[in-house]
Design a protein around this ligand. Structure first.
Ligand SMILES: [Zn+2]
Length: 303
């Protein structure tokens, strides 16, 4: 069975059905970048609880369905524009960036490319250097080409080596420069949009598999948590070599994010057995009367 990594997925917005379907389709590990929630936050406590969810409950929940969960910690560009709140969030970041399973600072970068966004992007690049983590860059959806170039320029100003930086949400307009400058080029496959699976196949045909990463960025919007396995299947259908599929849908993400020292293949190759009788801070993924899934040896004693 093929193994896939989806290195960009907002699991807090997804259901257990999604986790089950992803595992069935071969997704063994996901990375959940810290981002905004659609509704702007008004209190620093909301960020604190959100970050705690990413390193705690969501990590537990994924494991209950056989998926290893990692995350990135950061202040997203959109909410960086609330400067009073951004200041408070910046103070939280170092506490969370060093927790288990945090594989990068992200997703950070530009949205509207404002002065405030620039300020907090730079501060977080400095934080990434300090805690020796890779950086996940969210490139803007508007004025993408300029925003992507600027993201890399600023990252270089702060002395980050390109191999420590994953630039996400690329398209045909940005990919060449990102690869030429030595960065990881990630592609978010959005259903019913320009950047769909078909165009991804063409990009891999044209540029090859080096440093190219496929992800779903599935969240609370119209998105597909199976985008990575589906794109892999489409590549297969179009005769893309198996090794290129493995690199773009598995290995490159692993190589890029394992630079954090927090992600290792053995995490899913030698997994702890699934045991849905377990609880996280007293809370279960089960609802009344449901039969827990228990796989493999377990010395858990029901009491
Ligand atoms: Zn995202």
């Amino acid at each position: 069975m093929e193994m896939y990594i989806d290195p960009h997925l907002h699991a807090v917005s997804r259901t257990t059905d999604d986790y089950e379907a992803m595992r069935k389709a071969g997704v063994v590990a996901i990375i959940e970048p810290a981002f905004w929630l659609g509704q702007p936050r008004t209190e620093v406590g909301s960020f604190k609880d959100y970050f705690s969810t990413l390193v705690g409950w969501e990590r537990f929940r994924a494991k209950q369905f056989g998926i290893v969960h990692y995350c990135t910690i950061g202040l997203n560009s959109k909410e960086a524009n609330n400067e009073a709140l951004a200041e408070e969030v910046m103070e939280l970041l170092p506490l969370y960036a060093t927790k288990e399973g945090v594989v990068a600072i992200g997703e950070i970068g530009y949205d509207d490319q404002t002065a405030a966004e620039d300020k907090y992007y730079r501060l977080q690049l400095e934080l990434a250097k300090e805690v020796e983590l890779p950086v996940l860059i969210h490139t803007p959806h508007r004025d993408k080409k300029k925003g992507t170039t600027r993201s890399m320029d600023v990252s270089e100003e702060h002395g980050l080596p390109p191999h420590m930086v994953i630039v996400d949400h690329n398209n045909e307009e940005t990919v060449k420069e990102v690869l030429d400058r030595g960065y990881w080029a990630a592609f978010t496959i959005y259903p019913h949009t320009k950047m769909g699976s078909n165009r991804m196949v063409e990009i891999v045909k044209k540029y090859g598999p080096e440093r190219i990463i496929v992800d779903s960025a599935a969240d609370w919007g119209i998105s597909d948590p199976l985008a990575v396995p589906k794109t892999a299947a489409l590549m297969r259908k179009h005769g893309i070599p198996e090794e290129h599929i493995r690199m773009t849908c598995y290995q490159n993400a692993l190589t890029a994010y394992s630079q954090s020292g927090q992600m290792d293949e053995s995490d899913w190759l030698n997994p702890e057995p699934i045991d849905q009788r377990l609880k996280h801070a007293g809370n279960s993924v089960l609802r009344g009367g449901q039969t827990p899934r228990v796989e493999g040896p377990s010395d858990y004693v029901e009491n």
